[in-house]
Design a binder for this molecule. Structure first.
Ligand SMILES: NC(=O)c1ccc[n+]([C@@H]2O[C@H](COP(=O)([O-])OP(=O)(O)OC[C@H]3O[C@@H](n4cnc5c(N)ncnc54)[C@H](OP(=O)(O)O)[C@@H]3O)[C@@H](O)[C@H]2O)c1
Length: 283
């Protein structure tokens, strides 16, 4: 193993990833000798990439599109979050075995803890929009914190039904038309679709039935303040976008690879916000 610890993000394509910005900030902040790179790995190359972890100084990797399911399959050991969600976004080798975690779960919960303190005591009914990878992480995270009822609403009803089947009787699939009723009872609404993201269609949901005490989370972070978040603020709700989750999902990997629990500082947030704004200016 080379002396410098190397980690990176593995994807195809991988140029758009903000992970190098986040991890390089932490390496510099804590004066750690290490490198965080971009690993451009085509789909058929993933097994070789996974086997290379533990060699040539490579201590692990983040995994992004299209490798999350392949990473899950390649792992010999999985954390509870990875097993429950069926997806892996963080890899490392321990005692010879390839380990995988899905840190979107911890990232989502940590951003709720930071931005809506006390939420664990007050959220009983949640509504999750979406049934993709991030929705799976959110549903698992909410259930692991004791949320009593989670309704899953998705454009493709069969995917919402499959998710509810996976997580059991505290979850249920629901129709888009049920939203007014569901929102009137909900203490948390999470958007885990791509709707509202720059370049995607808007999320067309009226928040009129939502109580002002409800918490609204949008996993979308470009734009930084989505129309959903702005509409929730107008109702007096605590509401926030996905940047906090994006920053916090990076922390568990950094700790494993470089040995230091990193902080999500205002300086880091400002750095990534500036990068997102610069990209908006370019597109
Ligand atoms: N904040 C963070 O840390 C973070 C991390 C990862 C991802 N994200 C964001 O999370 C979002 C979801 O990512 P993902 O990985 O879960 O994606 P995914 O697995 O592809 O799921 C996409 C979801 O969006 C829905 N959707 C797509 N187009 C739609 C449309 N025109 N109308 C209605 N629903 C539509 C899909 O519904 P169907 O099932 O009907 O296709 C599905 O539920 C993205 O915006 C991504 O940028 C945030």
């Amino acid at each position: 193993m080379s002396a410098v610890r190397r980690a990176g993000v593995c994807g195809w394509p991988v140029a758009h990833s903000r992970s190098p910005l986040i991890h390089s900030y932490w390496l510099a902040r804590y004066h750690l000798e290490g490198a965080y790179e971009r690993f451009a790995v085509p789909p058929l190359g993933f097994p070789d990439f996974a086997a290379s972890i533990g060699r040539d100084g490579v201590v692990g990797a983040n995994v992004t599109v299209p490798h999350k399911e392949a990473a899950y399959a390649a792992c010999e050991r999985l954390t509870d979050a990875a097993r429950a969600t069926g997806a892996v976004n963080t890899l490392w080798r321990e005692d010879g075995a390839l380990w995988g975690d899905n840190t979107d779960v911890a990232g989502f919960l940590a951003s709720l803890d930071a931005e809506a303190p006390g939420w664990r005591e007050r959220v009983e009914d949640a509504v999750v929009l979406g049934a993709g990878g991030v929705a799976r992480a959110i549903v698992h995270g909410l259930l692991s914190c004791g949320v009593q009822r989670v309704a899953i609403v998705n454009r493709t009803p069969a995917r919402a039904a499959a998710l509810a089947e996976r997580f059991g009787p505290t979850t249920r699939p629901a129709a888009w038309d049920d939203l007014p009723h569901l929102l009137s009872k909900a203490s948390l609404l999470a958007n885990a679709t791509i709707l509202g993201m720059s370049g995607q269609p808007p999320l067309d949901v009226s928040l009129a039935p939502l109580r002002a005490e409800a918490i609204v989370v949008d996993v979308v972070y470009a734009p930084l303040e989505t129309p959903l978040v702005e509409a929730a603020w107008r109702r007096g709700c605590v509401a926030f976008g996905g940047l906090g989750m994006l920053l916090r999902q990076a922390a568990p990997g950094f700790k494993r690879w470089f040995g230091k629990t990193p902080e999500v500082t205002p300086e880091l947030r400002a750095l990534v916000e500036a990068d997102l704004r610069a990209e908006k200016g370019r597109t």
